[in-house]
Design a protein around this ligand. Structure first.
Ligand SMILES: *Cc1c(COP(=O)(O)O)cnc(C)c1O
Length: 399
């Protein structure tokens, strides 16, 4: 057995947390009325905006990603509204269900599990809505189940081309701090994220970034309730107003450190480049394993539509769960299950697994995961093309 040693959870969130983030949280309860913690808030808000590349607004919630969806929904919609949901995997469908549970009429455009949103179909659907009942277009930047990455700017262009006033609302829970994202540059109105993926902080904080346009357009939304209303959080005059009550004290210390590492030490462009290189190393290995073997392969054919944070990988027929178990038991690496890739009634698919490469991750960790997978395929007699590790190493060497 070669399992003992530091364990590595290589799933697409919660991601690896830096020891410095954990250490920053290890302290007695801080004062929430005066001193260091309240004084930290404006800087955190400023850096959250920098992370999303916006000069507009951000609201913080004590919530996971599902809570951030609910926060965005509660501000955007009234009961009589309609929404257009662009679905490229289970998380896109999940947000659509949350919207429709409010009584909002949701039209889904499903683009399957292996490719991106087609902006032409978005423009068509918006043009068909002559009375402009559609209040918002909701989509995932990256869908974490399929690892499809969508072209957000192209969706904005489609909305504009259709001459439709709908807001553009984007789920960046799996992509912020991993893939390039430009809120203002791409014309995004509402963006949601949670703390535990690219943001390298424990689960428990949800964020909603808001454009000036969305702030004005949503002022009269019928689903607003005191807790979810983003207005006081965006315009907080007192520390408690940022959180609608007691602050998430320890999370804020962790987040402060994570933002320092991402923005002020490594720099967000370098963070994006690191994720890009690690993703290409994973793709090179999987391509090599799959050459001459059609059971193994990347879920998304075109590189420009692949996530840089997670890679959904086919190990068919039905060898993925077995391989995942072997790798966990023998190497100390835990990989992500294949979620929502099979028929609708099947939550976990044995034909796929997901390799997480998001957050506080570097070359030795990703090469280690790939090496663990290669050992597992050898041990289990899973036929695979040669040279996967060498191909991954070449990507790192050439970066
Ligand atoms: C993880 C994730 C979610 C759900 O976030 P939770 O914190 O688990 O509620 C939603 N959307 C995407 C794209 C995700 O990656």
């Amino acid at each position: 057995m070669t399992r003992n040693g530091r364990q590595y959870l290589a799933i697409p969130g919660p991601s690896v947390m830096p020891d410095r983030v954990l250490a920053a949280m290890h302290r007695a309860s801080p004062d929430i009325y005066a001193g260091e913690l309240p004084e930290m808030a404006p800087g955190i808000v400023r850096d959250l905006k920098a992370l999303a590349r916006t000069s507009q607004h951000v609201a913080i919630y004590i919530a996971n990603g599902h809570g951030a969806w609910e926060a965005a929904n509660a501000n955007m919609f009234s009961r009589e509204d309609a929404a257009l949901a662009l679905v490229t995997g289970r998380f896109g469908e999940g947000w659509a269900q949350y919207v429709s549970a409010l009584g909002v009429e949701v039209t889904r455009l499903d683009f399957g599990k292996q490719g991106p949103v087609d902006p032409t179909r978005v423009a068509e659907a918006l043009r068909a809505d002559a009375s402009h009942r559609i209040r918002a277009v909701v989509m995932s930047h990256v869908d974490t189940t399929t690892s499809v990455r969508n072209d957000v700017a192209a969706v904005r262009a489609a909305i504009d081309e259709a001459g439709h006033p709908a807001l553009l609302a984007v789920d960046c829970i799996a992509s912020l701090g991993c893939d390039v994202f430009e809120m203002d540059g791409w014309g995004v109105d509402v963006m949601v994220c949670a703390s535990q993926k690219g943001m390298m902080t424990p689960p428990g904080l949800g964020f909603v970034w808001v454009s000036d346009r969305a702030k004005a357009a949503c002022a009269g939304s019928g689903w607003r309730t005191p807790y979810w209303d983003w207005t006081p959080r965006i315009e907080a005059h007192e520390f408690y107003q940022y959180f609608g009550g007691t602050a998430p004290t320890h999370h804020l210390y962790g987040l402060r450190t994570a933002l320092d590492m991402l923005l002020h030490e490594e720099g967000i462009e370098a963070v994006w480049r690191r994720h890009g290189t690690l993703a290409r190393a994973v793709w090179a290995a999987v391509d090599a394993w799959g050459s001459g073997n059609d059971g193994i392969g990347l879920n998304v054919a075109e590189p420009e539509f692949r996530s840089h944070a997670v890679t959904t990988t086919r190990f068919a027929p039905a060898r993925a769960s077995e391989l995942r178990r072997w790798v966990e038991a023998n190497t100390g690496v835990t990989l992500g299950v294949g979620l929502g890739m099979g028929p609708p009634q099947e939550r976990v698919s044995d034909g796929y697994l997901r390799i997480g490469h998001m957050g506080h991750v570097n070359a030795h960790m990703t090469l280690g995961v790939l090496g663990a997978l290669e050992a597992g395929m050898q041990a289990l007699g899973i036929a695979h093309g040669k040279g996967g590790l060498a191909a991954a190493a070449a990507v790192i060497a050439g970066a």
